[in-house]
Design a protein around this ligand. Structure first.
Ligand SMILES: C[S@@+](CC[C@H](N)C(=O)[O-])C[C@H]1O[C@@H](n2cnc3c(N)ncnc32)[C@H](O)[C@@H]1O
Length: 347
């Protein structure tokens, strides 16, 4: 009796939270666009309907996953409101600088005290026009709240869809998983994984030491410990067949095609024979032309120079070309979840 009541109560509260977030973020973004850029949104009814349908489906999927015991109910309400509220004034203060940077095309404006040559050329830029690119503590501190704002409160929801295939893998192997998150950023996926699967061994790799420092703290707050690796996903500093799962969230749309291929190859190399790789990233044109239209605008406006090439490619085909077999592709609002296993693992 109590269980269904609790479930329907939290479903209502969850929907209220998500409606509030999407309305608030949408309104602020439309106003900012009008005032700062003198532009209006111009989406067709069909595009908006497709977007809304996928949003509803994501929320339902999130609730279903909780009901199925994939992850705890607490994740539905896991946004660190106080931390984001503290970061918000800094983000707002940064917006005029971002707009000016966009206007003058200042994508090379990286911090002077960082030896940028150590990074691959595609990385040496102010992605999203964000101040310092990925190369400062301040950028890392503003990142989570900016992404959550941009996605209207669904960034963490999309991220945690990676936990579904990971839970299935955990059940299949019948033992704790050793999981590597490549391009883990500030650790939002790893922390959610830690809460859902406290016995997992967590490794996080990223080119930015500033983001990794925050990822360590995020996982610690979730009650775990992160083994962090500062490095390039194209050459992962781990032995062959050394992890059960490789996860990656919102990384591939930022990589040129050849780098994507190298990272896929590394995934196949470090995976154990019975392991799985789980990628959460933007939809591509072949998944949904209507949704691709939205994200295509993002690619043009937010200094994402490799996103357009990514949109026309197919993640599944890229994984297959590097010795992995795709077992599932599921939609997750503006993203999709692609699961693959080593091709040699058989049916
Ligand atoms: C869009 S962010 C996504 C971060 C995080 N996964 C999330 O869910 O928010 C991309 C991240 O990938 C990292 N990155 C980009 N290229 C990389 C590469 N070649 N190797 C490792 N990390 C990379 C960036 O530093 C950044 O933290």
């Amino acid at each position: 009796m109590l269980q269904p009541l609790l479930a329907s109560g939290s479903s209502l509260a969850y929907h209220a939270q998500q409606h509030l977030l999407v309305r608030l973020c949408g309104l602020t973004q439309r106003t900012a666009r009008r005032v700062l850029l003198r532009e209006r949104e111009s989406f067709s009814r069909g595009e908006l309907d497709a977007l809304q349908q996928r949003w509803h489906a994501l929320l339902q999927r999130d609730l279903d996953n909780v009901a199925a015991g994939v992850y705890p109910r607490g994740l539905l309400f896991g946004l660190p409101w106080q931390r984001y509220a503290r970061a918000l004034p800094d983000l707002v203060r940064d917006v005029p600088a971002m707009v000016q940077r966009r206007k003058r095309g200042g994508w090379r404006e990286l911090p002077d005290d960082v030896a940028v040559k150590q990074y691959p050329p595609y990385y040496r830029r102010t992605f999203h026009w964000q101040t310092d690119g990925y190369l400062s503590r301040r950028s890392a501190e503003l990142y989570d709240v900016s992404v959550e704002f941009l996605f209207g409160g669904t960034a963490d929801v999309m991220r945690r869809q990676a936990l579904v295939p990971l839970a299935a893998l955990r059940r299949r192997l019948g033992r704790p998983l050793r999981v590597l998150d490549v391009g883990c950023g500030t650790g939002r996926t790893l922390a959610q994984l830690c809460r859902a699967m406290p016995d997992a061994e967590l490794l996080g790799l990223d080119l930015s030491r500033f983001y990794l420092e925050l990822a360590e703290q995020e996982v610690e707050r979730a009650g775990g410990r992160l083994q962090s690796i500062v490095g390039n996903g194209e050459a992962i500093a781990l032995p062959d067949a050394s992890v059960d799962a490789v996860v990656s969230v919102f990384l591939f749309h930022e990589l040129p095609r050849n780098a994507r291929r190298n990272v896929f190859r590394e995934f196949a190399r470090v995976l154990r024979p019975h392991g799985a790789t789980v990628i959460v990233d933007s939809v591509q044109r072949s998944d949904s032309a209507e949704i691709a239209y939205f994200v295509d605008r993002f690619s043009r406006e937010m200094h994402e120079p490799f996103y357009r090439e990514y949109l026309g490619d197919d993640l599944a085909a890229g994984l297959t070309s590097q010795g992995l077999r795709v077992t599932d592709v599921s939609p997750a609002y503006l993203a999709k979840v692609v699961t693959a296993v080593p091709a040699a693992a058989g049916a």
